[in-house]
Ligand binder design. Structure first.
Ligand code: PLP
Length: 275
């Protein structure tokens, strides 16, 4: 299936949907985005995603997005292509601006794209990478389109047969993955790094904290090697067990805590499309 595209207020043909080569999102990565799960033609946790889009835009100093308009874009692409399982990608950028100048005055660019997606396997391998997330940086905790660092780290993971790369922060504490948050079980207790570690306020992370419960704890990166269980969370992975971290295997993944977290997550998510 071709992606369904909604651009600046209306549905359009994906082959002719165009964004200017002078769009600030393209030239300098001045934009924010959301990836939303689409199941049976409905968007999961859309209200939380729209709120985070607005928070990221505010953090980047972009004009406030019209969230009703963005929601309408999501609904229109879903109506045009009610996929059984897919992803909505919402992109909101600084808009057109001649090279060398600040943002233009033409207003932001808003794109909603809907693509079909494959479900992720139950368990996966991850690696740690030597580059640090800057928990004190200007973009910390914002979901911006400046994802180059994540692209490089994910390529490193793939080279090693893994599907996710985990970052520490500038003080060596466990932070997050390139597109996921991380949970670890130590002495039977579930932990996840606090937002002050520099991680994104993941929506799946928040739902696991609310529905399953976990301690927000600063942990050294090597806690991953001592953990009884590790799992990663994201819109595209839900709760995904980790069976290998670097050279360390976690036999029996998903372990009991992970399996229970996944069970609760699936049950609660099925009962409420917009928790
Ligand atoms: N951390 C980063 C850097 C991400 O890009 C994402 C999602 O794309 C997440 C964490 C997980 O967030 P969510 O559960 O809202 O998908």
């Amino acid at each position: 299936m071709k992606p369904a595209i909604w651009l600046d207020g209306s549905l359009c043909d994906p082959d002719s949907a165009m964004v200017s080569v002078f769009d600030h999102g393209l030239t300098v990565g001045d934009g924010v985005f959301e990836t939303v799960k689409a199941t049976e033609g409905r968007a999961f946790a859309l209200t939380r995603h729209l709120r985070r889009l607005a928070r990221s835009a505010a953090g980047l100093g972009l004009p406030e997005p019209d969230l009703d308009e963005v929601r309408r874009g999501c609904e229109e692409v879903l109506k045009a292509h009610p996929v059984a399982f897919g992803r909505l990608r919402i992109t909101y950028t600084g808009g057109i601006s001649p090279l060398g100048s600040d943002r233009g005055t033409a207003g932001p660019t808003v794109v909603v794209a809907l693509v079909e997606a494959a479900r992720r396997p139950d368990a996966t391998a991850v690696v740690t990478v030597p580059w640090a997330r800057n928990e004190r940086g200007a973009l910390s905790g914002l979901k911006t389109t400046s994802y180059g660092e994540n692209v490089v780290a994910l390529a490193r993971a793939r080279e090693q047969g893994a599907t996710e790369a985990l970052f520490g922060n500038t003080v060596g504490a466990l932070c997050e993955g390139t597109g996921s948050n991380v949970f670890v079980v130590l002495d039977g207790q579930l932990h996840t790094p606090p937002l002050s570690s520099g991680c994104l306020a993941g929506i799946t992370r928040a739902l696991v904290l609310e529905w399953v419960g976990a301690k927000e704890t600063d942990l050294p990166l090597d806690a991953l090697y001592r953990a009884e269980e590790v799992f990663v969370t994201s819109t595209t992975r839900d709760v995904q067990a980790v069976h290998r971290v670097d050279g360390h295997t976690l036999p029996g993944a998903p372990g009991p805590v992970t399996a229970e977290a996944l069970r609760i997550f699936v049950e609660r998510a099925a009962a409420d499309i917009d928790p």
